[in-house]
Design a protein around this ligand. Sequence first.
Ligand code: SF4
Length: 258
Amino acid sequence: MSAALGDTVEALNASFAGRAPLERLRLLRESVPGRIVFTTSLGIEDQMLTHLIFSEKLKIEVVTLDTGRLFPETYALWQETEDRYGRRIRAKYPQAEALETLVEDQGVNGFYFAPEMRKACCGVRKVEPLNRALAGASAWVAGLRRDQSANREGMDFVSADASRGLVKANPLFDWTRAEIAAFCTRNAVPVNALHAQGFLSIGCAPCTRAIRPGEPERAGRWWWEDETRRECGLHVDDPVAVSDTEERRAALAERSSF
Ligand code: SF4
């Protein structure tokens, strides 16, 4: 990490504390020259940030990663959001050839059969398009909250994404889900219809289920996997590295017998 990037992160972190999310976004925009990209999954946190960016006409690009496996409700919300704010949410898609190879290799739902196969799918459908979305950007805005999962407790408002050489900011990091839901209700921000059906964290349709009372918020994501292995690579320091492990080779061998 360069000294300049470290200094910017440190200064922003100190300034974010005690400010409202809109002030944080403005401060980020004033402090960091160049492109700033906000990646939205159209979850409730991201809808609040989209509202702030579009309503206040902040010069921050709003981009979503369309994996091709999203819920119909998510596509409906995407359209509704564009209609509400009169702005386009740009989309990044998986590269066709890589996707064809992935499905040829491990089948259309191969992610259920081994963690490495799931990571391979997230790598092609999410991480590679994310890398293209962030190429050349100076800062990345995301809607992570500290209390979403144990993985996120150790994160901060602002950090350095050293591998991409950019500032990563989470303006809602200290907000609770209830506070965000109240903001969205007060401001008539459109939210995903699935939230009311127990889907608190929403990703791809085959990899997300509703949670049961008392379960952690992200328990419905990749629910068939060991809890400690459940990040998709978008928000980890070492973006999904798909290794050709014995586990993956064995699972692939089993799947390629038909
Ligand atoms: S969440 Fe599931 S369907 Fe979506 S990219 Fe990851 S493994 Fe593939």
